[in-house]
Design a protein around this ligand. Structure first.
Ligand SMILES: C[S@@+](CC[C@H](N)C(=O)[O-])C[C@H]1O[C@@H](n2cnc3c(N)ncnc32)[C@H](O)[C@@H]1O
Length: 218
């Protein structure tokens, strides 16, 4: 997994923006707003990659730290965003004490964690009681007609476009397949609850292409 992301790292930020028609920027802004960060908050961005998601969180004034498994992604992040705190680590064994964050988030990363429930439980461990989580992840478009068009884009057009713009097009075939295999909105909410999160809810973005799941640490 880390090796695949090492391969896409050099052109990661730009490829995202091309493949999502620029939507990724608004998904990130909405994730930050949903976290309701205050300037005194400490926020952990798990699977931060190049820190593009962490940078958006820092705009709130909160202290935001990004964590990722891929040295390739982290080293691009350190070059492009030299003042951003980015640390190497595994979502399944976070290098932080219990209850050390007010908020924790993961965008377009949970799908890649090999044990989703364990990753969510580990994120709950490092969050203080009353702290919150927002998961930003690809999901299931709610309208059946739109879902058909979207799946066509995902399985055919996206890998073809990625061939032109990405450093590792095979990674985008994996992306399409992993989105198709991912649970829908209610399915992910159930896993979050099972992993120890309370008051789980979600909202759809771009017709359900992306969903934001929000919950509170009991
Ligand atoms: C699609 S990128 C998302 C990056 C960023 N959050 C964003 O919004 O663009 C997914 C990231 O998940 C990371 N990742 C996968 N498994 C991980 C794990 N177990 N622990 C930490 N990071 C992981 C990969 O290295 C990759 O950088």
């Amino acid at each position: 997994m880390a090796a695949m992301f090492d391969g896409v790292a050099p052109r990661y930020d730009r490829t995202n923006t091309v493949l999502s028609f620029g939507q990724d920027r608004s998904w990130r802004r909405t994730t930050r707003a949903a976290l309701r960060l205050r300037p005194t908050d400490r926020c952990l961005d798990v699977a931060a990659g190049t820190g593009v998601s962490t940078e958006e969180l820092a705009r709130s004034g909160a202290f935001a730290v990004g964590l990722d498994l891929s040295f390739g992604m982290l080293s691009v992040g350190r070059r492009v965003r030299p003042t951003m705190p980015l640390v190497a680590g595994d979502a399944l064994a976070l290098p932080f004490a219990d209850a050390s964050f007010d908020a924790v988030t993961i965008s377009f990363g949970l799908r890649n964690v090999t044990d989703v429930r364990a990753g969510l439980a580990e994120m709950a461990r490092v969050t203080r009681s009353g702290g919150r989580i927002v998961v930003c992840e690809f999901s299931a478009p709610t309208s059946p007609a739109f879902r058909r068009v979207y799946l066509g884009y995902l399985m055919r057009a996206l890998p073809a476009v990625a061939k032109r713009v990405s450093a590792n097009p095979d990674a985008y075939v994996y992306l399409a397949e992993s989105i198709r295999a991912w649970p829908d909105q209610a399915g992910l909410a159930a896993v979050m609850q099972d992993a120890g999160w309370g008051r789980v809810g979600w909202r759809n973005l771009t017709g359900g292409i992306v969903a934001l799941h929000r919950a509170v640490k009991p």
